[in-house]
Design a protein around this ligand. Structure first.
Ligand code: ADP
Ligand code: MG
Length: 256
């Protein structure tokens, strides 16, 4: 059975897409079968996987509108070694088109049931909002991975997401929980960051992943080459941290 995780945080620019793409490539490196679903109309996870979002015959949009199965709509990230259910601007229209449809928040979940046997991990890159798209992701998932920067407002920003997850858990998806908080773009030389990191550990205990992703320019450069950072420069510290994180995820799943 595939383990399905949303990468979510309602803030933009916190490292969701970087985490989704590099965790996908990291899991592929340790021999896991992975599907990466891009739920953001910006299509950054699609492009960052080396898939041209403008040239896709079908995307997650077609799946949400029930005009395609995942098996038909997916493509392959040859470099990354995983499948991609891509997104482009067309997806922005899905929100409106789904408004008067039945079971609109369960479309992705239903589609994933048919793809369950094909993957070990399904990762869903969510947009930075609590929209119908994000809701489809949260309803489908076993858990949420929350990338966050160790900054002053980090904890405050988390409370909205935690409340949303509680509501989805209570009303739509009893499986849903926070799998863990991933510290990203981390720079231990900045005192505030190590202080916030300590606070996170006090507050959330073992919900904070052991792996820490450092701030690393190679991770930021990789998307402009259409490559996951893990593939673009495997020796870079950021790439190695994401492979380590993939191992940590595999171990966590094995332990549950
Ligand atoms: P989100 O999907 O949450 O909007 P992104 O993953 O797109 O965030 O990251 C925002 C920006 O930060 C991007 O330019 C990305 O390349 C950069 N970035 C993400 N993680 C790191 C990191 N560990 N080190 C350096 N730059 C990073
Ligand atoms: Mg993003």
């Amino acid at each position: 059975m595939a383990k399905i995780f949303c990468i979510a945080n309602q803030k933009g620019g916190v490292g969701k897409t970087t985490t989704a793409v590099n965790l996908a490539a990291g899991l592929a490196k340790v021999d896991q079968r992975v599907l990466l679903i891009d739920l953001d109309p910006q299509g950054n996870a699609t492009m960052g996987s080396g898939v041209d979002k403008r040239a896709l015959p079908m995307t997650v949009y077609d799946v949400l509108l029930e005009s395609a199965h995942i098996a038909e709509a997916k493509t392959r990230s040859e470099l990354g070694g995983y499948d991609v259910l891509g997104a482009n601007r067309e997806l922005a229209g899905a929100e409106v088109e789904l408004v008067d449809q039945e079971r609109r928040e369960r479309r992705l979940k239903a589609a994933l049931e048919a793809a369950d046997a094909d993957y070990d991990f399904v990762l869903i890159d969510c947009p930075p909002s609590l929209s119908m798209l994000t809701l489809n992701g949260l309803v489908s998932a076993h858990g949420v991975i929350v990338p966050m920067q160790c900054e002053y407002f980090a904890l405050e920003g988390l409370s909205d997401l935690v409340n949303t997850i509680k509501q989805v858990h209570a009303n739509l998806n009893p499986d849903l929980k926070i799998i863990g908080l991933l510290r990203v773009m981390y720079d231990p030389r900045i005192t505030l960051q190590s202080q916030v990191s300590e606070q996170l550990k006090q507050h959330f205990g073992d919900k904070v992943f052991h792996t820490v992703i450092p701030r690393n320019v190679r991770l930021a450069e990789a998307p402009s080459y259409g490559q996951p950072g893990v593939v673009f420069d495997p020796a870079a510290r950021g790439a190695q941290a994401y492979v380590e994180f993939a191992r940590e995820m595999v171990a966590r799943i094995a332990a549950t």
